[in-house]
Design a protein around this ligand. Structure first.
Ligand code: GLN
Length: 453
């Protein structure tokens, strides 16, 4: 009830929730109570969560923050949300995001932006963005509207908003969480994960979200460890890599200082710091912004007003129907991605862009494979800056894409990446560090994150 009251009080300003399922939440909470009294409580019994509006929820509108799905009520539950319900979670409602998870500020949502709870200004233009695409998830948790939230990360959408809102968030190894029932953006990069106030809370939620699912062909049939137990392991004897290519020209001094601080903490806790090289890092952003739009253009073909999507029919033939539906239903950023994706996949450019990007992606992955011979985990900044104002970068897509410079590599290589709140900038805004780990070694990532937090 206290979370629902907080939503009522703060959501009109934050715009984090798109749908609040208050009655269903109270019912579920009562059922949880009864289960607890019978001694049948699940691992997260009664924990109130916010669900990113990209996860299909049976009988509850699921929009992807797009007009084209404005009236879509899925007849089924995504595997990740079904797993959370199985373990006792109570859903408070669905939270805002960038349209189809494309963005870094939540400003591409068809239902308006989300305000970062760290905002001090009353002017919506200079209000801080929560980051994106999981801006609603991060803002809801930071403002105490939910204890935790589901999120997804294709190029940084869990880690960047977590860093901007001063909370923790993990993108697990590709294949750890089932993608079934999560609306697809770029299928070879998309991963679900939690955001929460602490690293340990993320560990608890991730354990419930994870697990093999025969309905997702890329789901990994591998045991899910007790991630929360791993948080207390400590870092004694661990080798922590510092990739020199992440030291960007023009990186703000406070980001560099934060990074050094994090390394000092780990050294003091008994870890060994090792300089490493990931030589193909500089190609990661251009590679990502070819692969992700290519896959998006293919995934979004289904929203044609016939198979899926709000139909706009004003006579004419089938092609007119498709055109009108997609012109009216998609926002500018989604259209930009579809056009880039279609271009790089077209017969004349496929080899020059798409195939080349796949080759570079393999090299980026190989850099990490080689690094794992020398280190157990890697520490980097999570973002190149703290949260920016709503009126910044919005008309410059490339400036927006540069936000993802530290996060896209983990998606391209399929690795787990954790954002940990680690300090404040000169204005008092939160900054995060990122721990990258070996495939399916989230346990070490959680141990390192806990030592920094
Ligand atoms: N900001 C990146 C993009 O716009 C990442 C988004 C995401 O991870 N979903 O593609």
């Amino acid at each position: 009830r206290s979370h629902l009251e907080a939503i009522e009080a703060l959501n009109p300003r934050l715009n984090a929730f798109l749908t609040v399922t208050a009655d269903a939440a109270m019912e579920a909470a009562k059922a949880s109570d009864a289960k607890r009294r019978r001694g049948e409580a699940g691992p997260i019994e009664g924990v109130p969560l916010a669900i990113k509006d990209l996860f299909c929820t049976a009988g509850v509108r699921t929009t992807a923050a797009s007009k084209i799905l404005g009236n879509f009520v899925p007849p089924y539950e995504s595997t990740v949300t079904a797993n959370l319900l199985r373990d006792g979670a109570v859903f408070l409602g669905k939270v805002n995001l960038d349209e189809f998870a494309m963005g870094s500020s939540n400003a591409t949502s068809a239902y308006g932006g989300v305000e970062n709870p760290w905002t001090r200004s009353n002017d919506p233009d200079t209000a801080l963005v929560p980051g994106g695409s999981s801006g609603g998830s991060a803002a809801a948790v930071a403002a105490r509207l939910a204890l935790g939230a589901t999120a997804t990360d294709t190029g940084g959408s869990i880690r960047q908003p977590a860093a901007f809102c001063g909370i923790a968030g993990i993108k697990p190894t590709y294949g750890r969480c089932s993608r079934w029932g999560t609306l697809a953006f770029a299928s070879s990069l998309d991963q679900a994960g939690p955001v929460a106030r602490t690293v340990e809370d993320c560990a608890i939620l991730l354990r419930s979200m994870s697990g093999f699912d025969p309905k997702d062909s890329t789901s990994a049939d591998i045991a899910v460890p007790d991630f929360a137990a791993a948080c207390a392991r400590g870092v004694k004897g661990l080798r922590i890599g510092v990739p020199r290519e992440y030291r960007l020209d023009g990186m703000p001094q406070e980001i560099e200082a934060l990074w050094q601080q994090g390394l000092d903490w780990l050294r003091q806790a008994g870890a060994e710091i090792v300089d490493i090289s990931l030589p193909h890092t500089k190609y990661a952003l251009p590679t990502y912004y070819i692969v992700a739009p290519a896959e998006a253009s293919s995934n979004l073909a289904r929203y044609d007003g016939v198979r899926y999507g709000e139909r706009v029919d004003a006579g004419g033939d089938l092609k007119d129907l498709y055109e009108r539906t997609r012109a009216a239903g998609f926002g500018a950023e989604v259209k930009r991605r579809i056009m880039i994706g279609t271009y790089v996949l077209s017969a004349g450019y496929y080899d020059a862009y798409y195939v080349k990007a796949q080759q570079v992606r393999a090299l980026i992955k190989r850099d990490f494979d080689e690094a794992w011979g020398k280190v157990d985990a890697i520490l980097t900044p999570a973002t190149p800056s703290a949260a920016f104002a709503a009126n910044e970068k919005q008309d410059d897509p490339v400036a927006m894409y540069l936000n993802d410079v530290f996060t896209v590599t983990a998606n391209l290589a399929g690795l787990p990446g954790l954002a940990v709140p680690a300090g404040l900038d000169a204005r008092g805004l939160p900054l995060g560090l990122q721990v990258i780990g070996k495939p399916f070694d989230e346990e070490t990532v959680f141990a390192v994150g806990t030592a920094i937090e």
